[in-house]
Write a protein of this length. Structure first.
Length: 409
């Protein structure tokens, strides 16, 4: 008897394609994605992707060029030379992690043993990358110009305070410092401290970074699930016979589809508004900093998500099939798009794939509003991409729905 029940249940399980997909395929796909995201592939020999660093060499001296040439040989850093104004703007927009600035007088400071006019302006939203970058930069600076700078400082010190000291004694002092790294390293670290400046100054108008990631990422992921469920109402109407009666009415198939999309769009807007208002009330998210940008971003995101919902409906033949498709696709989109894992810790290939996801463009747009405080003109391109995704999905959905409508009834 037990054996009969066991066989029956296994047969029922494997006959349900949705259950099989969710049980086996879904975990495999998510494990693969998170393994890529957290660098769990390629064994111990896997090379880390280089951090792209902007450079602005205002001093333009032999010493600054020598340091840059040394940095350029490192596999952990990729240098891109930019004008200081352009570089600062690119970091502010989140396109790059930071810009290393060699101020005027860098060469003179080394020659005179003074404090180096060297500054690293960075995006504080990418602190993990900055920690690794700062360590690499300091090690390279110490090895490339540290000894030269310290000896220049010691020469200046001797000439100022002990001008009559024979050169042999000075050389002996330098030799002793070289053999005992403690004194040399102490002097180098004092004069070669890298000035760190966050381009995004924290103020009351700026939201909490972790909060923005949590709210934006979760809001878009849950919105995708909600809209997929709302769109599934059309498939329920098919099962109930309502869709067949609607097709016999003067309504066109596209009227039915756009009606569902309109309802989904309204509910998507309401859901996003409620989520952001809750985040404001509960966690003090600054939603009133830029109302026009926030409204437009909500509309663009809601349109893209609504179009995604009707696309799923147009390719599914039943509610069960829709549930299976939507769960897999939405989880994958959320994983690669930044809803589950912050994008900056993902490898380069994952960051490139992320741009196909609605989640990516929505999250980046809300980051620009709440964290970077960018003007509307800088956020419009991301809104444009969301509108483009929505329009493309809508046109494709109309074509698929017209082709499959007779099969549905």
């Amino acid at each position: 008897m037990i054996q009969t029940i066991l066989k029956k249940d296994l047969k029922l399980f494997f006959s349900d394609k949705k259950a099989v997909l969710l049980t086996f395929l879904m975990p495999i796909l998510l494990i693969a994605l998170f393994a890529f995201a957290f660098g769990g592939t390629g064994g111990n020999n896997r090379e880390a992707k280089p951090i792209t660093l902007l450079v602005s060499d205002i001093d333009n001296s032999l010493d600054s060029k020598s340091v840059l040439a040394s940095l350029d040989t490192l596999s952990t850093i990729k240098l891109i030379h930019k004008d200081i104004i352009e570089a600062t703007d690119l970091v502010r927009k989140g396109d790059y992690v930071g810009v290393l600035i060699f101020e005027k007088g860098f060469h003179d400071s080394i020659a005179n043993g003074g404090k180096l006019p060297l500054e690293l302006k960075y995006d504080s939203a990418r602190e993990i990358e900055m920690g690794m970058l700062q360590s690499v930069l300091m090690q390279n600076l110490m090895s490339s110009i540290g000894e030269k700078a310290v000896k220049a400082k010691m020469n200046t010190y001797f000439e100022t305070n002990f001008s009559g000291v024979p050169s042999g004694i000075k050389e002996k002092v330098f030799s002793d410092m070289d053999s005992g790294d403690t004194g040399m390293n102490a002097m180098m670290s004092n004069d070669m401290a890298l000035k760190m400046t966050s381009i995004l100054k924290e103020d009351k108008k700026q939201g909490n970074l972790g909060l923005i990631q949590a709210v934006a990422g979760t809001a878009i992921m849950m919105l995708l699930f909600s809209i997929a469920g709302i769109g599934g109402g059309l498939l329920d109407e098919k099962d109930a016979g309502t869709l067949k009666r609607l097709l016999y009415s003067p309504l066109k198939p596209t009227d039915i589809l756009f009606g569902k999309m309109g309802a989904s769009l309204v509910l998507a807007i309401l859901q996003l508004v409620v989520m952001f208002v809750f985040a404001w009330l509960a966690f003090d998210l600054p939603i009133f900093n830029d109302i026009p940008s926030l409204i437009l971003m909500i509309l663009a995101t809601a349109f893209a998500v609504s179009s995604f919902g009707i696309f799923l409906v147009s390719i599914a033949k039943s509610r069960q099939q829709l549930n299976g498709y939507s769960t897999i696709i939405i989880m994958l989109m959320s994983a690669i798009g930044g809803s589950m894992v912050p994008l900056f810790i993902m490898p380069a290939i994952m960051q490139k794939i992320a741009v196909i996801s609605v989640n990516y463009w929505g999250i980046q747009g809300f980051f620009d509003i709440f964290w970077r405080n960018l003007p509307l003109t800088d956020i419009l391109p991301k809104m444009g991409v969301l509108l483009g995704i929505g329009l493309g999905m809508t046109l494709l959905s109309v074509r698929l729905f017209k082709r499959n409508i007779l099969k549905m009834v």
